[in-house]
Write a protein that binds this ligand. Structure first.
Ligand code: ZN
Length: 139
């Protein structure tokens, strides 16, 4: 049963989440790099197959497109699920936590960054298990 009481979200919760996010992003960089290399390898293979009029051109194209679609669908499904209980559409009512606005340097995600615009930080709880979820909107 989700806890219906409104959670008191502290600055520590926020800082913990965004330092974890940063660590996760750093960890994902090498996977992104691998995928970019893979994409280029596939494009070069396709170009070679096409130039040599190979009968494998279209089957290879089909497999390549399908495999990328699967990657996109997996990422999409993951973003729609609660990281804690894994159920879909976890977002409850959004509660605004902070707005980082205007031009200038801000301390965000563990480092100083130049920022121009409005970034709104919200939190909410998973409707199924009550897990704290953070949502960032705007740039
Ligand atoms: Zn959940």
């Amino acid at each position: 049963m989700p806890d219906k009481r409104r959670r008191r979200v502290t600055l520590e919760d926020y800082e913990r989440e965004f330092s974890e996010r940063e660590a996760r992003d750093q960890g994902q960089l090498k996977y992104i790099a691998i995928h970019i290399v893979l994409l280029f390898a596939q494009l070069i293979t396709l170009a070679v197959l096409y130039r040599t009029r190979s009968p494998y051109t279209y089957p290879f194209l089909g497999i390549t497109v399908t495999s990328w679609l699967i990657v996109v669908v997996i990422l999409l499904l993951r973003s729609l699920r609660c990281p804690n209980c894994g159920r879909f559409f976890p977002k409850g009512e959004l509660v605004e936590f902070d707005t980082i606005g205007g031009k200038g340097d801000i301390f965000y995600g563990g480092e100083w960054q130049y920022h121009d615009g409005n970034k709104r930080i919200y939190w909410t709880e998973c409707r199924h298990c009550g897990h704290l979820l953070w949502i960032v909107k705007g740039g």
